[in-house]
Write a protein that binds this ligand. Structure first.
Ligand code: HEM
Length: 538
C-alpha cells in the first residue's frame, strides 16, 4: 500500500521557517507577521503598565514559559550521537532481521545516560550507564535499550518503582543526587538480595567508566531470534567497544565531578568532532531454545544472571560507528523515545518478567514526557521505513491524513490492503507455548539463588579490582546513618565472600558476620575482569 504522507517540516525542505536554524532577513511572530521591535513591551506610556493586547509579548513569554518538558523519570542525564551500523551477515542462520545482512548499512542514534541523577547532574558519578540504540532499519525501527552492566537489580518489573524510589534522592532534602551513598539504597539492596549482583557491578570499576567510548553494552534480557525457516534460538546481546573497557579511579571521578561535570558528554562530542569515531561490535551469545529456557543450569529468564563468556562466547554480528554529534540537544537527545517493543521481523521477546514489564512502561511514560501519543512523528523518532498505520488525531498531530476513516478491511479507501498473509515481510510473533498453569504472583525457584553469580564476579576480579570494590563498599556504606542497614549489608557480603566481608567490616569499624548460606563453588570468568583482557583488533 502507499505509505502515508506527511507534510515535511522546514528542516527537511530547507524552507526559511523557524525550524530551519531561526535565521532570515527579518524577525517575525510565529505566524509570520514581521516585527519592528522585540525589546520593548507595549505599554500605556513609557511609565505605564503593559497592555494585555501585546500579542508579541504574550507569545514570546508564553512560549518561553513552556520550553521545559519533564525530564525522564530515570536516565534523565544523557548524551547522544548518530552513526551507522553495518551487518556482518554472520547472524543470518539465526535471524531473518534484514539489517544484520552482510554489508547492510543502517543509520543509528545512540543515547548514553546515567540512571539516577537529574538532567544537570555530573557525568562521572558511581552509577549504571544506559546504552540505548535506535536502529532505523528498512523493516521498521529496532531499539536495543541496554545498560553498561549485564544484570539488573530486580527480577520482576513490579519492583521497579521501589528500587528507583530507594535509590533516587531522599524526598525531604533531595540528596544525595546520584550516588548509591544513602540509607534507602542500601536498605533496599540488603532486603531484596536479588539486587546484590547488580550492586557489586556498581561498586566495581564498571560504575565509574572512563568514557562512554570505553563501555561495554548489554541487552541484559534474553531475546528470541527467528530465522527465515521459522527456527528459533535464545540470545543475549553485547556491545564490545573497540577501545577496550576502561574506568576512572574513584579519585578521578570525584575530582571530575567538580571540575568538569560534563566530562563524558564533552569526551564523546570532542572525539567525534575530531574524527576519532567510536566503534563497537555487536555480538550475541546463542543458546538453544529449549522448553526449560536454561543454559548450563542458568535460568535465561532471570535478569540478575549472566552466562559467562567462557561457556557461551560472544559471536560478532555487526559493528557500529558513531560519526555525528546532534545538531540540537532538545530535538534529538531529549526527544528521542526508546521502547523495547520496537522490534523488527526476526527479533522477538521472551517471558523474562522484567522484560515483560518494560514493554509496558516506556510508551506509558513517553505519553506524559512527550505530550501525547504522536511522538513517533518527532524527527528523531520517525522510522526510516515507510509508515502506513491506522492511527489518527491526538495532541501534536503533525500529519494531514487524507482518505476515508482508517479501518481495514475497508471497501471505500481505494484498495488500501488489509495486511493479512504477508508472512514473508511482516513481524510474526513466535507462537511460543504458554504453559497451562494457575495464575500466581510468584517466581520460579531458580530465581531464589541470589549469591552464586555475585561470588563468581568477585572471584573473577584481579587484585586491584578487588581492592577498588572493597573501597567502594566501604565509602558508600560509610555514608549510611543507620547501623542496622550497614550490618544487614555486611551479612549479604558474608554470603558473597568472607574476605570481601571482613575487609569492608574493618573499614566500617564493625564486626564481620558469618555467612548464613553455604558459599557456592564457582569457576571464575576471566572475561568479567577489565584487566589483562584481550580485545579484537581492527
Ligand atoms: C529509561 C535501560 C529496566 C523504565 C531507560 C533508558 C535506558 C534503560 C538505557 C534510557 C533511555 C534513553 O536514553 O532515553 C534499562 C535496562 C533495564 C531497565 C537495561 C533492565 C534490564 C526498567 C524497568 C522499567 C524501566 C524494569 C519499568 C518497569 C524506564 C523508564 C524510562 C527508562 C520509565 C524513561 C523512558 C523515557 O522517559 O523515555 N531504561 N531499563 N526500565 N526506563 Fe529502563
Amino acid at each position: 500500500g502507499a505509505p502515508e504522507t506527511r507534510t515535511p517540516t522546514g528542516a527537511e525542505t530547507g524552507a526559511p521557517t523557524t525550524a530551519n536554524g531561526q535565521q532570515g532577513a527579518y524577525l517575525t511572530t510565529s505566524q509570520g507577521a514581521r516585527l519592528r521591535d522585540t525589546d520593548h513591551s507595549l505599554k500605556a506610556g513609557p511609565r505605564g503598565p503593559i497592555l494585555l493586547q501585546d500579542h508579541h509579548f504574550r507569545e514570546k513569554i508564553t512560549h518561553f514559559d513552556h520550553e521545559r518538558i519533564p525530564e525522564r523519570v530515570v536516565h534523565a542525564r544523557g548524551a547522544g550521537a548518530h552513526g551507522v551500523f553495518t551487518g556482518y551477515g554472520t547472524a543470518e542462520d539465526v535471524t531473518r532481521a534484514g539489517f544484520l545482512a552482510k554489508g547492510k548499512e543502517t543509520p543509528v542514534f545512540v543515547r548514553f545516560s546515567t540512571v539516577l541523577g537529574s538532567r544537570g547532574s555530573a557525568d562521572t558519578v558511581r552509577d549504571t550507564r544506559g546504552f540505548a540504540t535506535k536502529f532505523y532499519t528498512d523493516e521498521g525501527t529496532f531499539d536495543l535499550v541496554g545498560n553498561n552492566m549485564p544484570v539488573f537489580f530486580i527480577q520482576d518489573a513490579i519492583k521497579f518503582p521501589d528500587i528507583i524510589h530507594a535509590a533516587k534522592p531522599h524526598p525531604d532534602r533531595e540528596i544525595p543526587q546520584a550516588q548509591s551513598a544513602h540509607d534507602t539504597f542500601w536498605d533496599f539492596v540488603s532486603l531484596h538480595t536479588e539486587a546484590q549482583h547488580h550492586t557489586i557491578w556498581n561498586m566495581s570499576d564498571r560504575g565509574i567508566p572512563r568514557s562512554y567510548r570505553t563501555m561495554e553494552g548489554f541487552g541484559v534480557h534474553t531475546f528470541r531470534l527467528v530465522n527465515a525457516a521459522g527456527g528459533t534460538v535464545l540470545v543475549k546481546f553485547h556491545w564490545k567497544p573497540k577501545l577496550g573497557v576502561h574506568s576512572l579511579t574513584w579519585e578521578e571521578a570525584q575530582l571530575l565531578g567538580g571540575l568538569d561535570p560534563d566530562f563524558h558528554r564533552r569526551d564523546l562530542y570532542d572525539a567525534i568532532e575530531a574524527g576519532a569515531h567510536p566503534e563497537w561490535e555487536l555480538g550475541i551469545q546463542v543458546f538453544p531454545d529449549t522448553p526449560e529456557e536454561t543454559f548450563a543450569g542458568i535460568d535465561l529468564l532471570d535478569p540478575t544472571k549472566i552466562v559467562p563468556e567462557e561457556l557461551a562466547p560472544v559471536q560478532p554480528i555487526g559493528k557500529m560507528v558513531l560519526n555525528r554529534t546532534p545538531t540540537n540537544f532538545f530535538a534529538e537527545t531529549e526527544q528521542v523515545a526508546f521502547h523495547l517493543g520496537h522490534l523488527v521481523p526476526g527479533i522477538d521477546v521472551t517471558n523474562d518478567p522484567l522484560f515483560q514489564g518494560r514493554l509496558f512502561s516506556y510508551v506509558d511514560t513517553q505519553l506524559t514526557r512527550l505530550g501525547g501519543p504522536n511522538f513517533s512523528q518527532l524527527p528523531i523518532n520517525r522510522p526510516h521505513a515507510p509508515v502506513n498505520d491506522m492511527l489518527r488525531d491526538g495532541f501534536h498531530q503533525d500529519a494531514v491524513h487524507g482518505g476515508v476513516a482508517p479501518y481495514r478491511p475497508n471497501s471505500l479507501d481505494g484498495g488500501n490492503p488489509f495486511p493479512a498473509g504477508d508472512a514473508e515481510h511482516a513481524f510474526v510473533d513466535v507462537p511460543v507455548t504458554v504453559a497451562e498453569a494457575p495464575k500466581v504472583r510468584a517466581n520460579p525457584a531458580s530465581f531464589d539463588d541470589h549469591y552464586s553469580q555475585v561470588r563468581l564476579f568477585w572471584l573473577s576480579m584481579s587484585p586491584v579490582e578487588k581492592e577498588h570494590i572493597i573501597r567502594a563498599y566501604t565509602f558508600e556504606l560509610g555514608k549510611c546513618y543507620h547501623q542496622a542497614i550497614k550490618e544487614r549489608q555486611l551479612r549479604a557480603l558474608a554470603n558473597i565472600d568472607p574476605v570481601l566481608c571482613a575487609e569492608v567490616a574493618t573499614g566500617l569499624g564493625l564486626p564481620a558476620p558469618e555467612p548464613t548460606l553455604p558459599l557456592t563453588d564457582v569457576t571464575p570468568s576471566p572475561a568479567l575482569s577489565q584487566v589483562g583482557r584481550e580485545w579484537p583488533g581492527d
